[in-house]
Design a protein around this ligand. Structure first.
Ligand SMILES: Cc1ncc(COP(=O)(O)O)c(C=O)c1O
Length: 380
């Protein structure tokens, strides 16, 4: 196809995010698949909560009116949850510390606009990591500096990070993205990584993405008080079972929040999404009760798959596992992983194929049993 003359030339080279395999074509995702490729919860909302939401939709939401563009009640509820879940006093974070986005993806883009746009800065990411930081940066013409990780514990290559920060000029690195715990490798930040983050100067924004906090139960929220140039990102798409509603939030210094509020679109969250997130927070005890089962299932999957002589599964602090082929069994083109991915797909299990590993979401017990059986059969 001939390039459209009015499009920025750099965008034609860009590989966009591939959401679900179904979105490659006009066909919807077949719900018969075991969808273990996007780290969602395998559980829908309980029927009683859906009924309450249906009532809100029928009786309270006026579809002819714009949604609440200030998000005050949602921000209040989020700040209460953040304080409670980090064992902080209930006045530590308030609505002034919270901004909400159409998924945390929107907040990532707003952060990039607020920091790096117009040639003001580059970003630093340690691969493999969540791909949206680099993809969104590229859509905005922002350059991305990538470094690697330790191949055993997936700690950021800190020497490479330090030298990248010194060497990258015109524009300098303005944002460092870290994920706690990381996707796809499932590990939390180490003490050395946190010490390095603490040493970064105030000109560099540190974004700590805690999308999987409810599974890891580890947060750096308390550190924000000492580090006004740090921001934490969270989402309702994982443990809170609301991926369909697209609600993410960030916790930050009120001045940073004020900038993000300027950058975002006025009515970025539909009324039904706001109502769903509020409902999820009100019912958090019920919704988060499923976490121990996910963690037990994770142990079951890791134990079963680790028994296979060629597979290596590193410890996980999240609702997914990262599976690699042991060094001696690797082939140059990673055929083992590609074949495994294809075989699983042909039998109805969707997982995420990455350059050096497979990321598999922990699903229902039945889905996990099928995954184990299918992988064992594929490798036998
Ligand atoms: C680390 C990380 N951050 C953010 C997101 C996106 O979250 P949201 O659905 O809120 O846009 C994901 C989704 O997979 C993720 O893995």
């Amino acid at each position: 196809m001939q390039n459209l003359k009015f499009i920025r030339s750099d965008l034609s080279q860009l590989n966009g995010y591939k959401p679900h395999p179904g979105s490659d074509s006009s066909e919807p995702v077949n719900i018969q698949f075991d969808r273990l490729d996007t780290n969602e919860s395998p559980l829908d909302l309980p029927p009683e909560i859906k009924e309450k939401l249906a009532f809100i939709y029928q009786q309270i939401i006026e579809t002819n009116r714009y949604p609440d563009g200030g998000h005050e009640s949602l921000k209040n509820a989020i700040s209460e949850y953040v304080n409670e879940s980090a064992n902080l006093s209930n006045s530590t974070f308030t609505a002034a510390n919270i901004s909400v986005g159409n998924g945390s993806d929107e907040l990532i883009r707003s952060l990039l606009i607020a920091t790096c746009l117009g040639g003001e800065g580059s970003i630093l990411v340690a691969n493999p990591t969540f791909s949206m930081y680099a993809i969104l940066a590229q859509t905005l013409g922002i350059s991305v500096v990538t470094i690697g990780r330790n191949q055993h514990n997936f700690e950021t290559d800190l020497e490479a990070a330090k030298s990248a920060i010194i060497q990258t000029q015109n524009p300098p690195i303005r944002v460092v993205f870290v994920v706690h715990p990381n996707s796809p490798t499932a590990n939390c930040l180490t003490a050395a990584e946190i010490t390095w983050l603490k040493s970064l100067p105030e000109e560099i924004l540190v974004v700590i993405d805690e999308a999987y906090f409810e599974f890891s139960q580890t947060t750096l929220a308390a550190e924000l008080l000492q580090h006004p140039h740090w921001i934490i990102l969270r989402t309702f798409s994982k443990a809170f079972r609301l991926a369909a509603m697209r609600v993410g939030y960030c916790i930050a210094h009120p001045q940073a929040i004020a900038i993000l509020e300027k950058v975002r679109l006025p009515y970025n969250l539909p009324s039904f999404s706001i109502a769903s997130a509020l409902m999820a927070l009100e019912n958090r005890q019920l919704l988060l009760q499923s976490i121990p089962q996910t963690l037990n299932e994770r142990t079951k999957v890791i134990t079963a798959l680790s028994a296979h002589s060629i597979l290596e599964i590193t410890p996980s602090r999240t609702n997914f596992i990262y599976l690699r082929v042991k060094p001696g069994y690797q082939d140059a083109e990673n055929h083992v992983l590609t074949n495994l991915n294809q075989k699983l797909r042909s039998q109805g299990t969707l997982i995420r194929l990455l350059p050096n590993g497979l990321r598999i979401t922990i699903g229902t017990p039945a889905e996990n049993n099928r995954t184990i059986e299918r992988i064992q059969a594929a490798l036998s």
